[in-house]
Design a protein around this ligand. Structure first.
Ligand SMILES: Nc1nc2c(ncn2[C@@H]2O[C@H](COP(=O)(O)OP(=O)(O)OP(=O)(O)O)[C@@H](O)[C@H]2O)c(=O)[nH]1
Ligand SMILES: [Mg+2]
Length: 405
């Protein structure tokens, strides 16, 4: 404490009639703020240096834990943490870190769906504002909202028909009842074709990932590989997108990151040859899950479809019951385009499941309902961000809850 402050406190204590006290800290047997700071620095010092080999998580945990005291409250040093506990390294999350903490994931899902919420529920709320009675005109307006919110014409017409029947049965007395009914009906349609992707004990379980360029195939494969490797499965990635220069490198980066094996050839190589080698390697190495990345761009759409068929022919020669899953990746932000792609690929490629990526920040999340209901395709996963934990197993009940809240 500065001499000036010491003088000030002496004067103050004299005025208050507290004799003998040199200064408040000593008078109460407590340490001054300044001393506390010094002590804190000394004691925190050894833990401030992270070990050279520490993981980022460990390094983080080595930061001194200091609760700063607001400068306006110098008289309350008690809550300050005076030393840093010798901290055990924070556990490094291996798999499903967010699924264990469901509430926080739900909050994140809600945030990801906030724009879609605005586009659907925000507009429904505006429509219902001050409405005392629900009639067929209300349902007509609702129809328009749902179509423009990417739920698709077929799904919307089906939803409105059901709501009309419920209106006739006198089940929609007010806005709240209509909103409840809409939620139930959307949920029912999502549940109709819902099935999670179950990796069986087929060895190798083969997942072929398809979709047009830029939708998030390679990123989804990386996230899936992390998930399965985290479950203790042996994962092999096949870089069968030989069309784009950086495609194999991108996949290799993911493989290294998550501890998966990879089979890759040179750029421009025959994708079927990569798949052939990957199948052989997977069988030889006892791989649990083989995931095949494919090109999203070809000179023409016909080329793309032909290429996929060729890959499939080669694959089934090596693994007769494969692929066990043909996963179509769709970018939710593209709305109706995603729906057209679902149609095209379903017809040409025996799609067994869908991943809807980039739901975060998209206002077109209604497409999830359209894809599932209109094309009777199970949505296996949703992508709500770029990092590894942002691929979530799709849960219709949770999705609808997050959308409506
Ligand atoms: N915000 C967000 N970005 C995503 C998501 N999934 C993928 N991306 C991003 O989308 C971009 C394209 O992803 P890729 O995985 O390279 O797409 P691709 O389908 O493999 O593309 P091609 O190989 O060109 O066919 C990347 O920048 C990803 O980080 C998601 O769920 N949310
Ligand atoms: Mg790719």
């Amino acid at each position: 404490m500065s001499e000036e402050n010491k003088g000030f406190f002496k004067g103050l204590f004299k005025k208050l009639g507290i004799g003998g006290a040199e200064e408040p800290a000593e008078a109460t047997g407590e340490q001054s703020t300044e001393e506390l700071e010094q002590q804190e620095q000394q004691e925190a010092a050894p833990t401030q240096e992270p070990a050279v080999s520490a993981s980022p998580a460990q390094a983080q945990s080595a930061q001194p834990v200091v609760t700063p005291v607001p400068p306006s409250e110098p008289s309350a040093p008690a809550p300050r943490q005076l030393w840093t506990e010798p901290t055990a390294p924070a556990p490094v999350p291996v798999s499903e870190p967010v699924e264990q903490a469901k509430p926080s994931f739900f909050e994140r899902l809600k945030r990801s769906l906030s724009k879609t919420h605005e586009t659907i529920i925000g507009r429904v709320d505006t429509l219902l504002l001050g409405k005392k009675q629900i009639d067929t005109d209300t349902l007509e307006e609702l129809e328009e909202i749902l179509i423009t919110a990417d739920l698709g014409v077929k799904t919307t017409v089906d939803l409105i028909r059901t709501l009309e029947q419920r209106l006739k049965r006198d089940e929609l007395q007010d806005g709240a009842a209509l909103k409840r009914a809409l939620k139930e009906e959307i949920q029912l349609r999502l549940l109709e074709h819902h099935a999670p992707l179950v990796v069986t004990d087929k060895k190798p379980f083969v997942i072929m990932v398809i979709g047009v360029n830029g939708v998030g195939k390679t990123t989804t494969i990386g996230k899936l590989a992390a998930r399965y490797a985290g479950e203790g499965r042996k994962v092999l990635l096949a870089a069968a997108d030989t069309f784009r220069a950086a495609a194999a490198e991108q996949l290799e980066t993911w493989a290294n990151r998550v501890g998966a094996d990879i089979v890759r050839h040179k750029e421009g190589a025959d994708p079927s040859a990569v798949v052939f080698d990957a199948c052989k390697a997977a069988i030889a190495r006892g791989t649990d899950v083989l995931i095949i990345d494919t090109a999203g761009r070809m000179h023409t759409k016909v080329n793309l479809m032909e290429e996929m068929k060729k890959i499939r022919r080669v694959l089934t020669r090596e693994i007769p019951d494969g692929p066990h899953e043909t996963l179509l990746v769709l970018d939710a932000a593209t709305g109706q385009n995603a729906l057209s792609q679902a149609k095209l690929f379903k017809e040409a490629a025996d799609v067994t499941g869908v991943v809807l990526t980039k739901l975060d920040g998209s206002a077109k999340g209604g497409i999830v309902v359209a894809v599932s209901h209109e094309y009777a395709l199970p949505v296996r996963f949703i992508g709500v961000g770029e990092s590894v934990e942002d691929l979530r197993a799709f849960d219709p009940v949770q999705f609808v809850e997050a959308l409506f809240q």
